[in-house]
Ligand binder design. Structure first.
Ligand SMILES: [Zn+2]
Length: 283
């Protein structure tokens, strides 16, 4: 049932011949996940669409005891952010209408497996009668347009459902597009000190729309941001709001000195911050 391809071959005792025929057919068409992966790893650039179309025709005409399968991929975020984790939703169905629950589905990018999972126990909905799985993958580092493949492993059919002796569900491949964007590829480091203390000014709110957050206890704020021009706003207790324009074209470090909003200077030139609630000197 849910074993990998190699195991289900041995499990399908009474239909080995049929199974092997189906497998041969698929490989000859070069549309199986294994065949395609192998050819891509070897540096070939297969004519994917034509190969897939040819293989589907052959599967239906020659593999008499095999059930053809169809697949769909949907709910892929567009675009996906470089290196982010996201989910690919894959569904599949048998042309004879029997269950293909617990069948292995794998995601490939140019022959490299990115993730895999098993189809669930139930179809997605009344309108979408596909057995389905959400498969978690990590987006590529490089921005660009990718064509990935979801490969449904061959599996033994449930004879009770099909009325045939141990039929086989053929392997199927669905290709789908993934657009990867460098939404936030530059690291920004803002180091914030009080002009009076040259130390972290305490809890400081950082606004760099659409990014926002707080500096850490050392007065440092880091974020991954996209290239562009930003208005930086820093807000900390007992300091004037700090504003600056920052152009980000690469890794960027920015130092901000916050001006105390209230202070007194004694005759030696020492600066004392004033507690706004008590009016007393601090430090
Ligand atoms: Zn079937």
């Amino acid at each position: 049932m849910n074993e990998p391809l190699a195991d289900s071959t041995t499990a399908a005792d009474s239909s080995n011949d049929t199974y092997q025929n189906g497998e041969k057919t698929t490989i000859a068409g070069d549309a199986s996940g294994d065949g395609l992966a192998a050819s891509l790893e070897a540096g070939a650039s297969p004519d994917n669409e034509n190969d897939l179309a040819d293989a589907q025709v052959v599967e239906e005409s020659e593999a008499t005891a095999a059930h053809s399968t169809s697949m769909a991929v949907w709910d892929v975020p567009d675009p996906v952010e470089s290196q982010s984790v996201f989910t690919v939703r894959v569904g599949a169905k048998c042309s004879n209408g029997c269950s293909i629950a617990r069948t292995l589905v794998s995601i490939f990018d140019a022959g490299r497996q990115l993730g895999s999972g098993y189809l669930g126990e139930a179809v997605f909905s009344d309108k979408l009668d596909l057995y389905w799985a959400d498969i978690e993958v990590v987006a590529p580092v490089e921005a660009g347009h990718y064509q990935w493949e979801a490969v449904l492993s061959a599996s033994e059919a449930e004879s009770a459902a099909s009325g045939e002796a141990a039929a086989v569900h053929l392997q199927a491949t669905a290709r789908f597009n993934v657009n990867v964007a460098l939404a936030a590829e530059h690291s920004l480091t803002v180091t914030i000190v009080g002009q009076d203390t040259q130390e972290a000014p305490g809890r400081t709110r950082v606004i760099l729309l659409p990014y926002r957050g707080y500096a850490n206890e050392n007065g440092v704020y880091t974020a991954k941001v996209a290239a562009g021009t930003y208005e930086l706003l820093l807000v900390a207790d007992r300091y004037d709001d700090f504003r600056a324009t920052i152009d980000i074209t690469g890794e960027t470090e920015f130092r901000a000195e916050l001006v105390p909003s209230d202070y007194e200077t004694d005759y030696r030139g020492n600066v004392f911050r004033i507690d706004k609630e008590t009016g007393e000197r601090i430090g």
